[in-house]
Structure formats: structure tokens, C-alpha cells
Design a protein around this ligand. Sequence first.
Ligand code: AMP
Ligand code: ZN
Length: 502
Amino acid sequence: MSLYDQYPVSIYNSLKKEKEVFKPIHEGRVGMYVCGPTVYSDVHLGNVRTFVSFDVMFRYLKYLGYKVRYVRNITDVGHLVGDADEGEDKIAKKARLEELEPMEVVQKYTNGFHDVMDMFNAIPPSIEPTATGHIVEQIEFIKQIIDNGYAYEKDGSVYFDVRKYSQDHKYGELSGRNIEDMLSNTRELSGQDQKNDPLDFALWKNAESGHLMRWPSPWGIGFPGWHLECSVMSTKYLGEKFDIHGGGMDLKFPHHEAEIAQNKGCTHSGGANYWVHGNMLTVNGRKMAKSEGNGFTPEQLLTGDHKLLERGYSPMTVRFFMLMSHYASTLDFSNEALQAAEKGYKRLMASVNLIEKLGQPGGSVDKEKSAELTSVIDQALKDLSDDFNTAKAVASLFDLSTKINTFYQQPGELAKIDPEAFEYAIKHFKGIIFDVLGLRNEGEIAQDGKTLDGVMQVLIELRKQAKFSKNYALSDKIRDDLKEAGVQLKDEKGGEMSYTID
Ligand code: AMP
Ligand code: ZN
């Protein structure tokens, strides 16, 4: 019997608005699509939260024995400033401001995103397709939607006909909006708009002269609309019908609503069976966002170099902080919460390190105590299967960590545990910590055979960052730590300290 049969997964399906038992389309296999970043700037910690949440789902499904194909795209064209159909392309705008070729912007921030994912120990997806790499497929998809009567061409652009679609399907089924409300919330069409109806959205936009990103199409030179790529690439790599589609809560409307409409408009299938939405990382109750000015980068988090940060925190502290809440709840950033997470993380790592030092279980086995140990780890797995509830699973891990401490201090207690039950509990204790929650033992990263922690960790991360900026602004605390560790620091022009690492 596989683990997924033993611990059947249930998922809160945003489409149905209820928790459902997860049944993949193909026995033993899962197809999962997650909307990736728009690579026009550094990711902030809010973005990281969403990707860490889906990383844990990917990891857990694999842990249960599913063969998972995880597709997470890179949005490198079509996402316009303001998220609607007007305005400059975010990437093209950045390219203009920085005097770069748009693909240089894409490459720079894609690399940066990968480094950040790596820093937080997120496993790369099975496929990471880009929108610009799928222009041909997007054009074919649009043609089919036009043939099916749900889109129209106007002056070199193609728009999805929401009213026409609504005659046959329910537009708004995911976000729970109805079309009349949406209409009353929509501003009147301006004279420059080419669409017939304000609810319609672009599948293809005519490129005006000077628009940097452009491709030929049956409707003239242009570029694809933002929502289209995800419909097209999920269909291409996972099929017209697949299992799970994820993204941040803020993508529900219009992005995911439009995706469902495009899928049905093209293939008559709505794409994913289960829609999963991660909640936002907030700061003092407000969504962390670049535009709010409250979005700090992972690098700032490491160094503590931001007004919201009392000091720096290690990547695994931050990852653990995120996992101490359920992915569907909002998570408010605070130094206290991070410091609590740091303690919790260290406590778990200390227990893991202690396992090696324990004696042998068994001898005078107490069945009840052995069953109790098994039930703690069973509970953690049940919690993870219950809509990936990492917050509850962590509580069970802490229970087990207390037991491990007791076993160490009182070997007589360990002797009461059946060796098989002990092995089972330890296997899953480590499995959940490292394979599912994706924590790394930061104190154990060895270099030249030596054990590193604290400041050396920071150094490793800083070295990675050196790829981006030579002059790194260091907080006083980190600077002192580095000096203490014998790292040479020198003053650079502009007063910023830079560092050299041997
Ligand atoms: P973007 O690059 O803006 O398309 O965002 C990438 C992902 O990060 C999307 O899934 C967003 O929903 C998610 N996201 C953006 N801001 C936050 C936040 N404050 N907390 C959690 N996720 C976020
Ligand atoms: Zn998407």
C-alpha cells in the first residue's frame, strides 16, 4: 500500500469553495501548474512565501509516492503595468529605464529568482516554460478560440468576448463574481480602447511602433496577453485536463478567471480540477508589495539591512517561519515571529542532531508507549494530508522532538520503545523535516571538513550575492560578525563597505 493510500490528501479547492478528497486523473501521477514570477524585478519575500508553499505541496505529493510533473512558468512578456490591458509591458519598461535589451532584463531576474529559490531550498520545477518560448502555441490557441466564437479581432488585437462566453459558461465561477457586478465596477471604455466591451480582455495586442517586444501573427505584429501563456503552457505540458493549478490569492481575478475562460473557450475543458491559492505575506496587515514600499528582498532579510528588520535571519529560519502557518492563512511579518521561528527551527535541528547520540531502543518494550510514538508521526502525516497543514504538522514534530530529548536524557524511556516503531517515527521525523518541509540543517553545511554556522552561513549567502553587487551594504551586526570571523572589509567609495572573501 502506498503512502498516498494510507494518508489520502484532501485539498481546499478554490473553484468549489470546499475541501475535497484529492483524486488525480491518472492513478499515481499528479500534474501541477503554478504561476511563476514576472521577471522584471527582484522577488520580494511575499513572492517567496507563495513559491515555498507550492514547493512544500510538490515535495509532499512526491513524498507520498506520487510521480509529480510540476510546471512553473516564467512570465517574460505580456504582463502590463497595472495588470490590465493598458500600459507598458513591465519588462519592456524596465528595459527602457535601464537601457537593456528586454531579454537581458528577463535573464537577469530569472537568474536572481533561481538563486533565491535555491537559497530557500525550493526544488526546481520539472518544467519551467517561458511565455516568449511559446508564441507559436499561443497564436494557435487564439485561432481556436476565434474559431469557437469566443474572441474577435479588432485593429490588429484579439479580445476574448466575455459576454459571448457567458452565454455558454459561467464567467466568474472561480472568483465568485457575477458579470453584472463586474460591469458596474468597470470604468467606461476610453476612446482609445479597441475592445467592444470593458469586460473583454486581450489575447493578443497590436504592437505600436516603438513597442520593444513584438512577433508576427495572423493579426499583424504584436504580443500575447498576460493570461494566455498559462492556459497554453499548462495545456501543452499537462493536458487539457490536469490535476492542480496554483498561485497567489491575488491572481484569482482576473488572471485565473481569464485562464479558465480561455481554456474552456479553446478546448471546452476548464484546465485544472483543483485550484489552490496561497495567501499573502503581510506587513502590519498590508500585503507585502513593491508598490507599497514594504517589500524587502531576501538579501535584505539575510543582512538585516532594512528598516523593518531588527537583525538578519537565516534562510531556513525564514522558511520555517513561513511553514509555521497554513498556506491559506495570511502571514504577518514581524521580528518576534521570526525570532520564535528561529528558536523552533534550532530546536528541531538539535533533536535531529541528538538522534545520532541516542542509545538502542527496545529491551523492555511498552506497547502503549510505542503506539504513542507512532501516533505522533501519524498525526503529522495526517495533518500534511489535510490540505498541507504544515502549521499543525510542525506541532507534532515539536512533540516528537520533546520525546527525543527525553530518550536522550532517560535511556530507560527509549528501552520501552519497540525498535520498529522507533525506526518508523525517526524515518518520518527526518523525512518530514528535510524532504517535505524542505529544511536544511544550516549548522551542518560543511566546508573543508569543518562545521559552519552563524556567520559562515551569512558569508556563503553573501558570496552568492556578490554575483549581483560587488558593494554590499552590511548591517553593523553582520559587519562585526564578519570582522570577528577574520574577514577583510574595506571601505569603498560612497561610504559603503564591501567585503572580500578568501
Ligand atoms: P508576480 O511576479 O507579481 O506575478 O508574483 C509572483 C507570485 O507571488 C504570484 O503568485 C503572487 O500571487 C505572489 N505574491 C505577490 N505578492 C505576495 C505577497 N505579499 N504574499 C504572498 N504571495 C505574493
Ligand atoms: Zn498564470
